[in-house]
Write a protein that binds this ligand. Structure first.
Ligand code: ADP
Ligand code: MG
Ligand code: ZN
Length: 484
């Protein structure tokens, strides 16, 4: 056992999710991404004197919905607090956040790593506003001559979701983050566009000797926004902390930053504690009272969540693996359901979605969200196979045609003359030809080598360019061969 294996990792994650409201959390500015610098600002979110915040009710609705989706208890009484600190991207000198009375507490999210299910505790989820963004003239803050601030992001509604320190392997952490994002996407809390910074992770990690009950000292690495950087960051931190502990040194509790280019974490500052922020209740926003009715109203808008959907798909006879793949994104899950309304063989549908259609989408860098083949078109195509109008092989060609032209399958089949040949007389003729030109296979078959018929079927299929009805060909061949 290598010395690193003597240590167990402990990890808890704080996730910032940008909620999908049209306007900011305390003013009417738009939340649209990618607009010109400082074009979506007002005196309120710029922190100018004399302005007062007005809470966006939709942000509260989404926070309640997220809490319900994560099995949390929704607070009956919740309030905002000021978290005081200075940084140029925070023009008010405090962030309006929630301290001791968060909107959601005590939830969980189930993860599945290599078939092992585990619940990761959700300590709390609270609402807060985002800060602005520093824009440096050079590559980094240290190599720039000047920096500007874009306040478009200031006041965007965030939900900070804090997990319990329940994760023990890198795979568990990634499964938790993927699962969390999936739930947020399904419930419509956020667009979850990681590349646009809609979701950011702070990774808390410590090591302890295996078998030990107490946690070690942790570091917190801030603002990661991809699964791959989380994975690399964790692997680096585990290595770094293990080396420190092994050489008799201590891990310092601190805030670190991830350098994506170099693949290392760097010390940013020593860890600040709650008292450092001098939290106090926000005097300009009244506390929020959330009654049962409000919660029930939100509950009624909750769509089916990934876990329930996977269970439903398995109850249709699909494997766990299929269910996991089909629910990976909401778009794929919705696609499956829409196609299933028109074609009821779940397994066949799953195979086509996960096989041929996924492959087509992948080569064209497309996804189910923008699939050129509509769910109804796929359902029609599969129905045509089921009815024997076309063979599975021809269907692959037709699928590609639908993909490229958007035409409906019946039209493509008609235009290209691809319909399956189920006319006995027509097939009989070809069967006879194949029998007379393959005497070896015929005698093999008649001598008891029953699988020789496969070759003969293949020859008929070839002669008909794959359009013969294979079942019928089989039947006709058998009849003929037993007569001779
Ligand atoms: P703070 O608010 O100061 O960042 P918290 O106690 O709220 O600290 O914890 C923040 C995150 O750190 C949580 O996700 C929690 O699960 C995680 N965490 C706490 N202690 C440890 C530890 N010893 N090792 C790893 N993660 C930890
Ligand atoms: Mg923290
Ligand atoms: Zn504003």
């Amino acid at each position: 056992m290598s010395y690193r294996e003597q240590y167990e990792m402990v990890c808890g994650v704080e996730t910032h999710v940008e909620m999908a409201t049209k306007t900011k959390i305390f003013c009417g500015c738009s939340t649209e991404f990618g607009q010109g610098q400082n074009t979506q600002v007002c005196p309120g979110c710029l922190g100018l004197p004399g302005t007062l915040p007005v809470l966006n009710r939709e942000a509260v609705n989404l926070a309640i919905k997220a809490g319900l989706a994560l099995n949390c208890k929704i607070a009956e009484f919740t309030k905002f607090d000021r978290k005081n600190y200075f940084y140029p991207d925070l023009s008010k000198n405090y962030q309006t956040s929630q301290f001791d009375r968060p909107i959601c507490e005590n939830g969980w999210l189930e993860i599945n790593v290599a078939g092992e299910k585990k619940r990761i505790g959700i300590t709390r989820a609270h609402m807060e506003e985002d800060a602005g963004k520093l824009v440096h003239s050079g590559e980094t803050i240290t190599t720039s001559n000047s920096s500007g601030v874009d306040y478009n992001r200031a006041g965007m509604p965030l939900l900070e979701i804090v997990s319990e320190p329940d994760m023990r392997t890198v795979d568990e952490v990634v499964a938790y983050l993927e699962g969390l994002i999936q739930v947020m996407e399904y419930a419509g809390i956020s667009d979850c566009k990681l590349e646009q910074g809609s979701v950011r992770f702070d990774i808390n990690v410590s090591l302890r000797k295996r078998g030990s009950k107490e946690f070690g000292t942790r570091t917190e690495t801030k603002n990661l926004n991809s699964f791959s950087s989380v994975r690399r960051c964790l692997e680096y931190e585990i290595e770094r902390q293990a080396e420190l502990l092994e050489s008799g040194e201590e891990v310092i509790q601190e805030t670190r930053t991830w350098d994506e280019g170099k693949g290392v974490t760097l010390s940013l500052r020593s860890k600040e504690d709650a008292p450092d922020y001098r939290y106090f209740p926000e005097p300009n926003l009244p506390p929020i009272l959330i009654d049962k009715e409000w919660v029930e109203k939100i509950k009624a808008t909750m769509p089916e969540l990934p876990m329930a959907k996977r269970e439903r798909l398995e109850s249709l006879g699909l494997s766990e693996y299929d269910a996991v793949v089909l629910t990976a994104t909401k778009a794929m899950g919705d696609y499956f359901d829409q196609a299933l309304e028109k074609f009821d063989d779940a397994k066949t549908l799953a195979n086509w979605m996960m096989g041929d259609l996924s492959a087509l989408l992948k080569t064209n860098l497309c996804s189910f969200a923008d699939s050129p083949v509509a769910p109804q078109q796929l359902a029609t195509l599969l129905t045509l196979i089921q009815k024997g109008n076309i063979s599975g092989k021809i269907a692959k060609t037709v699928l590609e045609e639908i993909y490229n032209t958007g035409k409906n399958p019946e039209i493509i089949i008609k235009e290209k003359g691809l319909a399956q040949i189920s006319d006995e007389c027509q097939l009989e003729k070809i069967v006879l030809e194949v029998i007379s030109s393959n005497p070896k296979s015929v005698s093999d078959y008649q001598a008891g080598k029953k699988n020789a018929i496969g070759f003969l079927v293949g020859q008929v299929m070839k002669a008909t360019k794959g359009q013969a009805n294979p079942g019928l060909v089989n039947k006709l061949l058998k009849e003929r061969l037993s007569k001779e």
